[in-house]
Write a new protein. Structure first.
Length: 542
């Protein structure tokens, strides 16, 4: 409806040969100002050098000549706002529309873009932590939103099972194997000390007949450990309802020659130079404060180089949109990746980088320090053990990704209206119970109910929230922020609970009961669809 009103106003301005300004059309917070309000007259006042209220009244007059049945009233208020009251019939008609279109309710023409999203991408050196969890849920939910718009989304996981981190993993498992065999053998400095390393060591010795290789960097030992950890990671993601279509290994970029190709291209275009035994990239040509080392004097590439090769590979696969989701600690590195691609002549305008802030566990406002058998961090599995996958998914996306997330354990474990996940799921279950109760009462054919009977203020308030669904989904798509949908579902549940507290659905008035049941059926469909997009279950009973 916002877009519809905006188009009506734009049409009026075009007919008056007035250049259309950048104006807003929005739902006012105060219902006294109608259902929709616009500031277009005030935006025009400076350009036309006229009183904004007079401009508003002229636009109002033109709009009234249309005799639009969807608009019940148009009024102008100082200093120049134009407020619209939408007809009850429009809101009532949404019930029929929702039932007819079901999961396609308010869905626009399908975009059909080819999209790639890279997220999680933790190296197989340990279990996923609560920080990885936020990225996992963000990536999966953004993918679901884009899929709702008809895009073909490839979820991709990029990891490295070579390099210094993996050597440290091998050394750590080796040390634990020695300890299991009864030797006093220390964990190497900077090694991985979690109890999961001891478990891997025990399993390795068991499967290898108690034989330990002489070299801590033995490839069989490292591969065994990384494979075991990666299996653990994938099981955790599956439990969270997250899957990936492609797993790309950094090591393959070296063996395939793609790293060398990048170096050759950058050399050819004179963006690389040698200094103090290292290979440097002329990042200052792209606005950086200083040039970057791409290959250390030891011959070891810095992480920027394989990242550039990986993104070059992404670009070669013909994606219309490439989305990278990283933690906030990557804010200084991704510009260098884009610069490296641009230096080779690639257009990076279709690469979008999303940075999310970190997660802190809290209880009663205080930071939680949990003892864990997984070393000095809290694993994502432990968090799901405490609160369940639905709550974990929802809590991770109910704040904007650029805000630090305080994950309140006490709130997450509550089975009451205070818990926003319980509040939504209970609303869905309540709607289902109402419909089931109507069957027990012998009310049939409620889908034939007369929607014109849905005229009480509380009922219309529910339908006014229903009307915003398409606008919210568009906001999610445009900003790639799932938080807008979580807020919307809370608003929908609140409106429904208020309606339910005020009006009985199944009454002695059979026509009215059927009309209300029809609305409940429609809203239940929408609530389930919204929860499904978030990857949260919609229980029939609670």
């Amino acid at each position: 409806m916002l877009q519809y009103i905006q188009s009506l106003i734009s049409e009026v301005l075009r007919k008056r040969s007035i250049e259309i300004p950048d104006f807003t059309v929005e739902h006012p917070k105060n219902p006294d100002f109608g259902d929709i309000s616009t500031n277009v007259a005030m935006k025009l006042a400076g350009v036309l050098k006229r009183n904004p209220l007079k401009i508003a009244e002229e636009i109002q007059e033109d709009l009234l000549t249309r005799h639009d049945s969807l608009i019940q009233k148009i009024e102008c208020v100082r200093p120049g706002f134009i407020n619209f009251v939408i007809s009850d019939h429009y809101y009532q008609s949404l019930v029929e529309k929702l039932i007819k279109e079901d999961k396609d309710f308010m869905k626009p023409d399908q975009e059909g873009k080819k999209v790639q999203i890279e997220f999680v991408s933790a190296n197989p050196t340990g279990p996923l932590t609560i920080g990885h969890g936020r990225q996992a849920v963000l990536g999966d939910t953004i993918a679901r939103i884009l899929e709702w718009y008809g895009n073909k989304v490839t979820r991709e996981y990029y990891f490295n099972n070579a390099g210094r981190q993996m050597q440290r993993l091998g050394e750590s498992v080796y040390a634990r194997c020695k300890q299991v065999l009864g030797e006093d053998y220390p964990i190497p400095e900077g090694g991985y000390e979690g109890e999961y390393i001891r478990d891997i060591a025990s399993d390795y010795l068991k499967e290898r007949g108690g034989i330990l290789p002489e070299n801590p960097l033995d490839r069989d030992l490292i591969d065994f450990a990384s494979d075991r950890i990666f299996k653990m990671i994938r099981e955790t993601l599956e439990r969270l309802g997250v899957h990936h279509d492609i797993f790309t290994n950094e090591k393959d970029l070296y063996t395939s020659g793609k790293i060398d190709e990048v170096l050759s291209l950058l050399r050819e275009k004179e963006y690389l130079y040698d200094k103090e035994g290292a290979v440097w990239f002329r990042a200052t040509r792209f606005g950086a404060e200083k040039d970057r080392v791409f290959v250390k004097s030891s011959g070891e590439p810095t992480y920027r180089l394989p990242d550039i090769a990986y993104h070059r590979d992404k670009l070669s696969r013909g994606f219309d949109l490439i989305i990278d989701i990283f933690g906030a600690d990557h804010h200084a590195t991704y510009p260098d990746v884009k610069s490296g691609l641009e230096a080779m002549g690639y257009d990076t305008s279709n690469i979008v980088v999303l940075l999310h802030q970190f997660v802190t566990l809290t209880r009663n406002g205080e930071k939680v320090k949990m003892s864990t058998r997984k070393a000095n961090f809290v694993t994502l599995d432990e968090l799901m053990d405490l609160a369940g996958a639905d709550v974990v998914r929802y809590f991770y996306i109910m704040r904007t990704m650029d805000a630090h997330l305080n994950f309140d354990i006490e709130l997450a474990q509550k089975e009451s209206d205070e818990n926003p996940v319980f509040y939504l799921q209970y609303a869905h279950a309540r709607m289902n119970n109402i419909l089931k109760h109507s069957v027990d009462k012998g009310i049939d054919s409620y889908l034939e109910g007369n929607i014109q009977l849905l005229n009480e203020p509380e009922t219309l308030d529910v339908l006014k929230v229903v009307a915003e669904f398409g606008e919210v989904m568009e906001l999610c798509r445009r900003t790639l922020e799932p938080m807008h949908l979580t807020s919307y579902l809370q608003k929908l549940a609140t409106a429904f609970h208020k309606f339910y507290a005020t009006h009985r659905v199944v009454t002695e008035d059979l026509p009215l009961s059927r009309a209300r049941l029809k609305m409940v059926h429609a809203v239940k469909t929408l609530m389930a669809e919204g929860l499904g997009i978030l990857g949260v279950t919609a229980p029939e009973h609670m």
